[in-house]
Design a protein around this ligand. Structure first.
Ligand SMILES: [Zn+2]
Length: 259
């Protein structure tokens, strides 16, 4: 089994004491590939260094909407462009819109999101989007850019939203929240969507599943998400593992190859 954790913040300080051990445990559990999205400019180098030399660790570089106050768009956006041109990450991310946190200015989030989508379009790179209570705004924005596709992290929209993401070449991330017994909406989505839409993710160190509530989440627990999908869906565990990994690789392969 070769799972792909399509959203894992293995670069953050929570993993400083034992990052290599966590990665070894994840691989022992069948998690071969991880996509590691940066959230601020200060994190880009760390993500880059972590992924360097391991072709199964995929770096994504971006400016996260929730950390709006930490970004200086005048400085950070040109720096992002330089970084992307110099290093060629697997994706631009984590970017997006968060309308749940009311203190985050929506106009500034929108401007930051659009600038990063324009960069992704110019560079032909997929994107990793964070969306909370903002699927209609995110989809309306994505529709204005020619992107190779991307990942919608921690998807929690409707079947209609899913269809619109699908049309834009996006796959939808499902993680530990799916393992919570009362996650009715997520479980219905995970049952009703075509398997070709789905990718697995942990969002470690956040969003721990049912077996690890209030603990630091870890990529080694990704198979627990797979187990729930296998309970809910008609396909076998092996088929779901194979197809979700293929879905993730298809998004990353859709990026334009550099000249
Ligand atoms: Zn994230």
């Amino acid at each position: 089994m070769e799972l792909f954790d399509t959203h894992c913040h293995l670069n953050v300080a929570a993993f400083d004491p034992d990052r290599a051990t966590v990665l070894t445990a994840a691989r022992a559990a069948g998690v071969r590939r991880l996509l590691i999205p940066a959230i601020t400019r200060a994190g880009w180098d760390g993500v880059w260094e972590l992924c360097a030399g391991d072709p199964d660790l995929y770096p994504a570089i971006g400016l996260h909407p929730v950390l709006l106050e930490e970004h200086d768009p005048q400085q950070d956006l040109p720096a992002l462009e330089d970084f992307v041109r110099a290093h060629r990450p697997a994706a631009i991310g984590e970017i997006g819109l968060d309308f749940q946190l009311r203190e985050l200015d929506r106009a500034r989030q929108q401007a930051l999101f659009e600038a990063q989508l324009a960069l992704a379009e110019r560079e032909g790179l997929p994107v990793v989007v964070h969306v909370r209570k903002a699927h209609d705004a995110v989809l309306a924005t994505l529709q204005r850019y020619k992107l190779p596709g991307g990942f919608c992290h921690a998807f929690n929209g409707t079947l209609q939203h899913a269809a619109r993401y699908r049309a834009l070449g996006f796959r939808l991330g499902f993680g530990g929240m799916l393992t919570l017994p009362n996650a009715r909406h997520l479980r219905a989505l995970a049952t009703q969507l075509p398997l070709s839409d789905l990718v697995l993710e942990t969002d470690a160190p956040d969003m721990s599943g049912a077996a690890h509530r209030y603990q630091r989440n870890s990529p080694q627990w990704l198979p627990e998400v797979l187990d729930v999908l296998a309970e809910l869906r008609p396909e076998t565990r092996e088929t779901i593992a194979r197809q979700t990994t293929a879905n993730a690789l298809a998004v990353l392969a859709a990026g334009r190859t550099p000249p």
